[in-house]
Structures are given as C-alpha cells and as structure tokens.
Design a protein around this ligand. Structure first.
Ligand code: FES
Length: 107
C-alpha cells in the first residue's frame, strides 16, 4: 500500500467554514476549511445514500442533509444519531498554492 497525493484544486477553493465536493483518485471527497486548515472526508454518509458535501458545516462538524447525523470533520467520528460508524478521513496539504489530498493506493 502506498499513499498518493492528488491535486484537488487551488488554495482558496473552499472558504472558511464551508465545504466543497472534489474528487481525489476517483474517490468523492468533501473538502473543508476549518480554522485555517483543510480537512477531507469521504463524501458519503455511513448511514445512507447522502453526500456530506450537501450538508451543513457547524463548529468543525458536518451535518448530513438526509437525517442530520453529525460527524467530526477532523477525525470522522460519528457524533450524533442516527450515525454510528465513523466516516473515512484523508490527510491534506497545500503545495505551491494547490490543495492536495492523500489517498492510499494499491502498489
Ligand atoms: S444518510 Fe446521513 S444520517 Fe442518514
């Protein structure tokens, strides 16, 4: 297993406290800017067929648009019912003004 950094867009793509849907290595990713740092989570709720990037960001949490389950955008932890399974998170970095997301890829 190795990690590949995927370019998902220019710095400034996502505003503070907002979320945008991007794609990295074929995976749907919800990208956040929270307190000056980017966070990336898998853009599918662990409870049902809902894109978290269609939800609402509040205090470092993303609220699912379908049944209002909340996840921590830093850790992916499931915080409120009905969600119980954490959502996958991905490392991010900014390189030469571009936002990059790390995805584990098979060798
Ligand atoms: S689909 Fe997200 S809380 Fe139900």
């Amino acid at each position: 297993m190795m990690v590949t950094w995927f370019d998902v867009g220019p710095e400034g793509l996502v505003a503070e406290g907002e979320v945008v849907p991007v794609s990295a290595g074929g995976k749907p990713i919800a990208l956040f800017l929270h307190e000056g740092a980017h966070y990336a989570v898998y853009d599918l709720c662990t409870h049902g067929e809902a894109q978290l990037s269609d939800g609402w960001v509040e205090d470092g949490c993303i609220e699912c648009p379908l049944h209002q389950g909340k996840f921590c955008i830093k850790t992916g932890e499931a915080l409120t019912t009905p969600v119980t399974e954490p959502v996958a998170t991905f490392e991010t970095r900014v390189s030469d003004g571009r936002i990059e997301v790390a995805i584990a890829t098979a060798e």
